[in-house]
Design a protein around this ligand. Structure first.
Ligand SMILES: *Cc1c(COP(=O)(O)O)cnc(C)c1O
Length: 370
């Protein structure tokens, strides 16, 4: 190619990244300043405050990580888990499986609680596992399973973990700003998210918050955190504290401008209003899906409004439909994963993508392609 790159603007209605608001893109084009510049440090403070607003928490240990959601998942396990610790991971989709893989690779003793893809984590099964494994130290689960479009009852699961003396790890990469997430009220210990789903900032940054209990666990470790880059105590020397902040890594300065603008937009809208907008746009999509004679895979009571698995009619080539949507309508929707591969579409209504014009485009484009 050897020429400037000019991507065709698309409408992004897959599992992420979602449409990025022009305000966020504009913020990212501002002058790059030093990552220890006093103005940048003031921006870092505002980012942390806005993150606490979005997570519904007062946790002091709340910060962005300079890497995508997958890094936040690793950071959660790397900081809490010590080799030999027993960890219960609830698996009801791809991201639960990745959590389990993190535990294996970090030398944890893995116990899994498995539920069928397309259904939520079964609290009764978790209770059984906690009873059978009183020595478990951590319970981990995915709040909003992007691979299946299912929302699990994070409040109940966190309460069960706490009751059994375990710390909870909650993956809300797709949940944050799209569905209710109340970190303090639910007493979730480590909760993480990403920029590219319902916050509608470009991919590449993640967000993480630690309760005081989780922070104390990190401080009382017997072994060093196995990852230097994700070691919270080192990161905090850069992200926290009065006066001198020390170099840890060079923060992606312009990406942080984008994150800040995206968080600010959630605050301006009001996070409860953002949740409601996702529900409203899901309702509109549901009308359209019904009008096309199509069905959702997930039952209404545990369906994520921001990530919709729609069954592809028998005999139709789902990949060909997605290709036509992209080529003829510049519209991206997602494919099914695992057991759902070839059988469903994943239609995302995340953040700035959760708009009436997007829903109407998606339904009319699908109507002409099926
Ligand atoms: C997208 C996603 C991740 C990973 O985030 P990346 O930014 O792709 O690394 C983790 N968990 C869930 C539930 C996700 O949807």
């Amino acid at each position: 190619m050897n020429a400037s790159f000019h991507p065709t603007p698309r409408t992004l209605m897959g599992p992420g990244p979602s449409d990025v608001h022009p305000r966020v893109l504009g913020a990212m084009g501002k002058a790059t300043i030093g990552h220890l510049d006093p103005e940048f440090i003031a921006l870092m403070e505002d980012i942390k405050e806005l993150l606490r607003y979005c997570f519904h928490t007062t946790n002091s240990l709340t910060l962005p990580l300079s890497a995508p959601g997958s890094a936040a998942m690793e950071a959660a396990f790397a900081n809490l888990l010590e080799p030999g610790d027993k960890v219960i991971v609830c698996i009801n989709g791809v991201f639960g499986m990745r959590m389990a893989e993190n535990v294996r690779r970090m030398g944890g003793e893995l116990v899994t609680v498995e539920d069928e893809w397309g259904t939520p984590v079964d609290a009764a099964k978790l209770q059984d596992a906690l009873t059978q494994h009183p020595d478990a130290k951590i319970v981990a689960f995915v709040h909003a399973e992007t691979s299946t479009g299912v929302c699990s009852d994070a409040k109940t699961l966190c309460a069960m973990a706490a009751q059994a003396g375990c710390l909870s790890i909650v993956d809300s990469v797709t949940g944050l700003a799209g569905v209710e997430l109340l970190v303090d009220e639910w007493a979730a210990d480590v909760t993480y998210s990403g920029t590219q789903k319902c916050l509608s900032a470009p991919p590449g940054i993640s967000l993480i918050t630690f309760s005081d209990k989780a922070a104390a666990r990190v401080q009382s470790r017997n072994t060093p955190v196995q990852s230097w880059f994700l070691d919270l105590s080192l990161l905090m020397a850069y992200w926290q504290g009065e006066g001198a902040r020390t170099y840890h890594h060079t923060a992606p300065v312009n990406a942080m401008y984008g994150l800040h603008e995206a968080l600010l937009m959630v605050k301006e809208e009001g996070i409860e209003n953002a949740w409601q907008r996702h529900r409203d746009m899901h309702g509109l999509l549901a009308e359209g899906v019904r009008s096309l004679g199509l069905d959702f895979v997930v039952n209404a009571e545990c369906r994520l409004p921001q990530l919709n698995l729609v069954r592809c009619p028998e005999g139709l080539d789902e990949a060909a439909v997605r290709r036509r949507l992209l080529e003829e309508y510049n519209l991206e929707i997602g494919a099914g994963l695992g057991a759902f591969a070839g059988k469903v579409w994943r239609i995302g209504l995340m953040g700035y993508s959760a708009r009436r014009e997007n829903v109407e485009l998606c339904i009319s484009a699908l109507r002409s392609c099926i």
